[in-house]
Design a protein around this ligand. Sequence first.
Ligand code: HEM
Length: 417
Amino acid sequence: MTTPPPGQARPASSCPMLYGPDFAARPDVTYDQLRDAGPVGWAEISPGVHALVVTDYRAALTLLNDNATYSKDARRWQALRDGQIPPRSPVRALMEWRPSALYADDHEHARLRWAMDDCTARISSHRLREITRRCALSLINKVAGCGAADLMADYADTLPLLIFAELLGCPAEIAARMVSACQAIIAADHRAAQGSADFAMLLAELIQIKRAQPGQDFTTWMLNHPAALTDEEILNQLYCWTGAGLIPTAAWIGWALLRLLRDETFAGNLASGALTVRHALEEVLWLKSPIANMAVHFAREDTHLHGRRIPRGVPVMISLAGANTDPNLPKDLGYDNRSNLAFSGGSHRCPAMGEATTIAQTGIETAFDRLWDMELASPDEKVINRQGPFHQCPDRIPVHFRPKSVDGTSLATSTRR
Ligand code: HEM
């Protein structure tokens, strides 16, 4: 593989690929190849689609805190404007402009974040823990009697979805449709476009329902917020809030479950383990950033970032996974200092870090609390990521545990070998 020379204004014919089975199996190798090009390097993020990717922690911080030089407005993407991005490219769904906070700058961004931040702050952590535990138990009860499960497909993938449906105030019928629409989006295959259209349609219905019958939920709070967003703006912020939250929360839960299941001292015992759930969650943010590569920015004019040329109109993506594992970071930094970039940084930093933490921690504790003697089914199996450039998520986590009836009585003495 040839690496484009540092500072080159266009991608070379061949550059590191942030997609495909090799990247899914060994992303660290690709990040090392990107680092060979300096703090910023060209990558192919999907067939025929290129972006500059920042893997240097300090350069990432500089960019994320420089709104005067960089914009999040994807309408600046020159290759898309020139018709050079394949119409069916899987990266379009997340990178193309939508009228939501994720792609907004300056005053417009501040206005949309004002509404989202205020409404997010109204979610009581006590209630969120209760909802999480109830949704977690409903999923656990489906597998408890089997003694075996895939913690991704049977648990982590669906748990945030059930919680979001409740936080948004979805009636049962809309909640069921939301689960199947979002599962199609998460699958990121041929069903994704239809899933996305279905999801937008049911959010429009939900807004009408909440106008007629307000409740104590995120949708109603957005409708009544003094920022006075239009229905279309609310729909797009709900889409962004849910869309931005689902997959990383599932991935964060998945990686932390895996970390704990692999830890000898934890061994399924929350009380005596040396590794705590909270510590495992912090460690994952550094080592397996759930959003691996995103925070796409566009230079407003041709510029330089830490000595590298950044042409305007080119997507500049932050490798949050690459920056968090930057070999230039102090070796003794540890994991508990909150300076990782897993939630991004600057004005677009994730607005729901506390809520995501409550969901992840409660979801993990409930799983270990209810699935006794849980162990990995194949402890030596190499973990493969799901494919795609944006998220870092284990494909599957097969486990076995002591089978239990729904009322909690053990159906077998133990599955431990
Ligand atoms: C309750 C769950 C979550 C919700 C509701 C949520 C919501 C959001 C929203 C609305 C944004 C857009 C903010 C803006 O552009 O101003 C955002 C950005 C972001 N979130 Fe979250 N999020 C959640 C969980 C997570 C988790 C678990 C992670 C990773 C550990 C994460 C990482 C990020 C990152 C990296 C961004 C910046 C994305 C970009 O600029 O492209 N989020 N989140």
